[in-house]
Design a protein around this ligand. Structure first.
Ligand SMILES: [Zn+2]
Length: 103
């Protein structure tokens, strides 16, 4: 392990703080470089990107990326703290019943 690696392993909080400060002071520059990189590689990215499969939530009729739907149900329909309205809170029970049926 070289000197820098040893220092980073020994002082993770200090390194995180330094990185955070660097990011905050160079934020515009970092963002600009990312945008430039994306613009330069946009055609390739669009060409190789797989089409995103979307599914509709049976409880609220909103559509989501397929991989996100379980997380959506868990946060929006099974945890009353995250429900935004009383209708959503009612859906919490429905979602829990459906989940039990599924397994
Ligand atoms: Zn939903």
């Amino acid at each position: 392990m070289d000197k820098d690696k040893r220092y980073r392993a020994k002082h993770p909080e200090r390194c995180r703080e330094i990185q955070k400060r660097y990011y905050e002071s160079h934020r515009e520059e970092i963002s600009r470089k990312k945008r430039e990189w994306y613009d330069k590689n946009k055609e390739t990215i669009v060409r190789i990107r797989k089409p995103v499969e979307r599914v509709q939530c049976e409880l609220c009729r909103l559509t989501f990326v397929k991989t996100y739907i379980d997380k959506h149900i868990a946060t929006r329909h099974t945890n009353p703290r995250h429900a935004r309205s009383s209708d959503e809170q009612k859906n919490v029970c429905v979602a829990i019943e459906k989940k039990d049926e599924g397994s």
